[in-house]
Design a protein around this ligand. Structure first.
Ligand code: URP
Ligand code: ZN
Ligand code: ZN
Length: 605
């Protein structure tokens, strides 16, 4: 995605929204399949509380949706459903499932039409309930998508579905703070949309994610509306960050609108991707000031984009055109430099900073230094940075090497271990994925020039298993730490706690059951993403997420997904998280310390 002066096809700024992806066709692949085949019983309305929920799909129930409503999407098949009378629905479904299931089996979209009427009341029995600060053996009782009680020996009636969790961990569903579903990059778009990516997430124990809205033709509002449409097919809860790529009065006003009316409380600034997304220091300073005034968190992609551009030119001059040129052109020092710069500018403005995809020791050490000095800096490593190393980029098979191209690059062995240690000691605070899935055909665009390979790797489905295996199984962290790093801290940073990120009465019933004695194996043959490859292909590990409950619905059990487009809710995130506490005091101390302006007596002549 870097700008390439010599190659004009690479130089062009992506025409966001210009890619004529056939949305309806995309939705058709999935429609009908991930759903219940029978009408479910009606559910009571959710209790509104501090956090606002909004469903962009037609179905606003958080419990099991009536089947007809679940299809109230915009694709042609869905609309045609309205014309089928209800007594013919079972026959219609049966015929349709036979056709669709066979076509989807090739793309691993395992599904279950579901023949039972699911209960809105659940009891997760006898597991070890883990929160970020505490664990206990207890039952968890759920009604209408919300946790009602967490106690030992809860007794329930026959109308309650009981799930046995004896000997297993019962934990809050994962929250992935960093994804790119259905992201248009001008010449193509990521292959996982808000349905396939979320289905994959749920199969891997993640029950909420926060995606990055890209402005459309420079407009934040148009970008937001574009993502509202994309997210209509959601089957799990999601929120949005907003990317800022330019600066003027309109952008400044739109940022305010996003925070005050649209539920966005974070803005991302790219210090790389020159000529596409990259911003300069002047814009970053404006953005930091605006974020501070709105109580919104500033996020940075920290690489020195100008130096990366130079590095790329150098590699091409040296005749290094393959994926290894990607790593060589943007070394860790450039990530360290930009991280340090962003941290200092945030300190200058006195506003919190969130560094996304921390991939190197260089960046991590800058964050460590800043935190030690008392600055509010959050560091987010991602699954690929913790579990992979750059050697893949030297693989002789281009297809294999290209799938590891992402930015900042996956680093040399040693960086992964250092990032793990930083997580376990609190230097870094939460784990994301940067799930940004491009298939092998899309990656082949750069077969003669690494600069044309679309950047991004998968992870939304794998993160929870990998973090358990890499961090808990190795003894580096406890199950409580695991909950904090994969869920609770994200909920706190983005002001969703304790509605999200906890197993507590009143929290959303986003729950996973992990069996520590079972194991997982990752493969493109069995994963649920639309990707034809997987950067963790063949990887095995201990700890298997056997059940995922999202909003009180059992969506993953017995290796089967039961998901319905339109059941995911947009989660509005209020500004002024805990990271903003005390900033005003620091500002006041600073102003009092200035001893200026100095009152001078006029010098006599
Ligand atoms: O390579 C990456 N990381 N692609 C996604 C865009 C970004 O920089 O987060
Ligand atoms: Zn980035
Ligand atoms: Zn990203």
């Amino acid at each position: 995605m870097e700008r390439n002066e010599k190659n004009h096809s690479m130089m062009s700024v992506p025409k966001f929204g210009g890619w004529d992806q056939d949305d309806a066709a995309g939705a058709m692949d999935y429609s009908m399949v991930f759903t219940q085949a029978r009408e479910n019983k009606k559910h009571k309305k959710m209790n509104p509380n501090k956090i606002k929920y909004k469903s962009f799909g037609a179905n606003t129930n958080h419990g099991q949706a009536p089947c007809k409503d679940a299809y109230a999407l915009e694709d042609p098949i869905v609309l045609s459903m309205g014309f089928i009378s209800s007594q013919f629905l079972p026959i219609f479904f049966l015929t349709f499932f036979t056709i669709i299931t066979s076509s989807l089996s090739q793309s691993n979209q395992i599904c279950d039409a579901g023949t039972e009427i699911p209960s809105s009341k659940l009891l997760v029995k006898g597991g070890t309930v883990v929160n970020a600060h505490h664990q206990q053996i207890a039952d968890v009782y759920v009604e209408d998508g919300v946790i009602v009680a967490v106690n030992p020996n809860i007794r329930v009636g026959d109308d309650v579905t009981v799930i046995d969790a004896l000997g297993k961990y019962v934990m809050p569903g994962g929250i992935d703070p960093h994804t790119h579903l259905d992201m248009d990059v001008g010449f193509t778009a990521t292959v996982d949309d808000f349905f396939s990516g979320q289905a994959a997430a749920l199969a891997g124990g993640t029950t909420m994610h926060i995606d990055f809205v890209i402005p459309l033709n420079g407009s934040l509002t148009a970008g937001f509306e574009d993502y509202e449409k994309k997210a209509k097919k959601s089957c799990m809860d999601y929120g949005f960050h907003m990317v800022i790529t330019k600066w003027d009065e309109t952008v400044s006003k739109e940022m305010e609108l996003m925070v005050k009316e649209k539920g966005i409380n974070s803005f991302k600034f790219f210090m790389a991707y020159k000529g596409i997304f990259m911003i300069n220091d002047e814009l970053l300073l404006e953005g930091l000031k605006k974020c501070k005034s709105l109580g919104a968190l500033a996020m940075v992609h920290a690489e020195n984009g100008d130096a990366v551009y130079e590095g790329q030119e150098k590699m091409i001059e040296l005749g290094i055109t393959g994926p290894e040129g990607h790593a060589l052109s943007r070394p860790a020092m450039l990530e360290g430099e930009a991280t340090a710069r962003a941290i200092r500018l945030a300190d200058f403005v006195n506003t919190p900073l969130y560094v996304v995809h921390v991939m190197s020791i260089d960046a991590m050490e800058e964050i460590e230094k800043a935190r030690k000095s008392g600055q509010k800096v959050i560091g987010e490593p991602i699954a690929s940075g913790l579990g992979l190393d750059e050697s893949w980029l030297w693989h002789p098979d281009f297809e294999i090497a290209a799938k590891y191209v992402m930015s900042p690059p996956i680093r040399k062995r040693g960086h992964d271990r250092a990032l793990q240690a930083a997580l376990s000691t609190g230097v870094l605070q939460l784990v994301g994925t940067d799930h940004c899935a491009f298939n092998s055909t899309q990656k082949a665009r750069g077969v003669d020039d690494f600069r044309k390979i679309p950047n991004g790797v998968n992870g939304i489905e794998e993160r929870m298993h990998l973090v358990w295996d890499i961090m808990v199984e190795s003894g580096q962290i406890t199950p409580s730490d695991y909950v904090r790093l994969t869920s609770t801290e994200c909920a706190r940073i983005f002001n969703l706690y304790p509605k999200k990120g906890a197993i507590l009465p009143g929290s959303d019933a986003d729950i996973i059951i992990l069996n520590p004695n079972s194991s997982f194996e990752i493969s493109a043959k069995s994963h649920h993403s639309r990707l034809d490859t997987n950067v963790y292909e063949g990887r095995r590990g201990k700890g298997k997420i056997e059940v995922t409950i999202a909003g009180g619905r059992v969506v993953w059990e017995n290796n089967e997904l039961k998901v319905t487009p339109g059941t995911g809710r947009y989660i509005q995130m209020p500004p002024f998280s805990y990271l903003f506490d005390g900033l005003d005091k620091k500002d006041a101390i600073y102003l009092n310390s200035l001893q200026a302006p100095v009152k001078r007596v006029k010098a006599s002549t």
